[in-house]
Design a protein around this ligand. Sequence first.
Ligand SMILES: NC(=O)c1ccc[n+]([C@@H]2O[C@H](COP(=O)([O-])OP(=O)(O)OC[C@H]3O[C@@H](n4cnc5c(N)ncnc54)[C@H](OP(=O)(O)O)[C@@H]3O)[C@@H](O)[C@H]2O)c1
Length: 255
Amino acid sequence: MATSVPFDLPAAQLEGKVAFITGASRGLGAGLAARLAEHGVQLGLCARHEPERPRGSEAITRAVDVTDVAHLERFADAVAETLGPIDLWINNAGIIDPMGPLRDLEPDHIQQALAVNIGGVITGTQIFIDRSADAPPSRRALINISSGAASSVYEGWSVYGASKAAVDQLTRVVAAEEPGLVCHSVAPGVVDTPMQTFIREQDAETFPAIDRFVDIHEQGAWNSPAWIADHLLGILAGTLAPGSVVYRVPDEPRT
Ligand SMILES: NC(=O)c1ccc[n+]([C@@H]2O[C@H](COP(=O)([O-])OP(=O)(O)OC[C@H]3O[C@@H](n4cnc5c(N)ncnc54)[C@H](OP(=O)(O)O)[C@@H]3O)[C@@H](O)[C@H]2O)c1
C-alpha cells in the first residue's frame, strides 16, 4: 500500500480524466499507469514494446517510438478520439545509455539518446500543446520527467545529464509561453526500475558513483511509482502547487 500524500486527491475531479504516458511498457511509466488507473484515470500508453493494460480503468495501448513524430501524433489523436481530450500528458520515455566518459562514447549512441530524451520530449510537448488548443477549456497539465542528474554532476552521465537539463529548460520556456497549461519538469527521485538495475551493472570506471545506487538498492530507499503518480495527480488537480516549474518529488516516508 502506497504512503498517503499530504494533499487532497479529489476523486470526483480525477475520475474519468485522460492521461497519456510515453515509456509505459516497464519501470516508472508502467507504475504510473497502474496507479493512475486505480484513481479511475483513463489512459493512452505507448513505448516501443506495446504496454500492458493496467487493471481498473480504460486504456489504449500501442507500440510507438517517441522519435517517430507522425506515429506519436496518430496515437495521440486515436487516444483523444476514443477517450476524449487529453488532460495530463507525461513525457516519461527516457534512456540512460550511453554511460561512461564522454571521450569514449560512440557518436551514434549519443545521437540516439538525444533523440529520445530531448527530441521525444519536444515532440510530445508540441503534440500536447497543439491538441490542447483545440480542446474545450479545462485544467491541463504537462509533465516532463527529468532527473536529479540535470543539476548534479555524475561522471559517466554527461549525455544523460545534459539531456535532462535540456528538458528542464524546455519546460521552463514552455511554461512561460503557454499560460493556459500547467507545466512541470519533474525529477522523480530514485525509483526501482530496470534502468536502476542497468546502472548497478556498470563498473566504477564507467560510472564512478555506482556505490550510491547500490546502497539505495540495499536500503530500499526508493520513491515508489504510486507515490510519484499521486504527486502528478495533485499537480493536475491543483491541490499540489510546486513553487517552481522544475520540481523534485520529495522522498517517500519509509515506515
Ligand atoms: N529510475 C530512476 O531512478 C529514475 C530517476 C530519475 C529519472 N528517471 C527517469 O524516469 C523515466 C523512466 O525511467 P525508468 O527508470 O522507468 O527507465 P526504464 O525502466 O528503462 O524504462 C524506460 C521506458 O522508456 C521506454 N522507451 C525507451 N526508449 C523509447 C523510445 N524511443 N520510444 C518510446 N519509449 C521508449 C521503454 O520502453 P521500450 O523499451 O518498450 O521502448 C520503457 O518503457 C526516464 O525518463 C528516466 O530518465 C528515472
